[in-house]
Design a protein. Sequence first.
Length: 285
Amino acid sequence: MEANVFIKIDYKKDRPNPSQLFEAMSLYIAAYEQFGQILAKSIDVKQEFKFHLEDIQISSIKAKLIQSPGLVHDFFINRVASAGSKLFEQLLETDETETEEQVDQLAANIEETLINDGLGNEIDSHIDRKALSHMLGTVSKANNLILKDEIVEFGGSSYSQNINTKWRFAGDLSTMFLGLKETVVAKDYLYVKIAINEGKQLWTFKSSRMNKTFTARILVKDWIKNYQSGLIPPIGPKDTLLAEFTYDLYKPYDKRKTAEVRNVKIIKIEDIVRGGSDEQFEIPA
């Protein structure tokens, strides 16, 4: 069956501010295009979603997905309509979504829909929660322009769903799904990958315990002055610094991604260990 994804608004004939209809349609289109890209990314396929205005009649306005040969597969966009119907069906049960937990539950249900439709069986489909929250925010803006008793329908050849135009997204998009930041103080033996012999540029180190390479600024001014003036012999590839340092550990909300070490600052240098040995990695208390 040919894919036929559409958005339709049934509006009041005598409604004030008719220009808001086109603004609302533009926002619904943007939201559905965002949704399609979220699903495409979740199952690692390259698709583009573009709608065009198909029909304007007395009391209704309708937009339909543009289809280009080879650009959007019928099976896939029908699954988009199916997942979209599932999403908007869930929003019938509430008039407000606000928290990360609520968005996470919506995303988990969409992932289940993808698996049931045969799209998520072969790969680890994952809905980007932050992107989904922005898509929901766009729908909420569109809903705000719809009057009482006006109807908005999303759907496809086999699936369609009226949306709850009373529903609003009340979350703070600027703070949702940013992950957690923790400031850590640590002591470790650091290999010097790139030393700076002049100036205040960042040095590059490798931590033996963390098994990470990172750049850092050395805040021990006297040590830097002595090193760059030649009072401290150059540090070789097998030498290590026993140093105390601080860093910000960023833990992304997506638990499949690894934490990132940023903003490293060397605040104390206790010793330089010349040459390598297994014993050097026993850090003094």
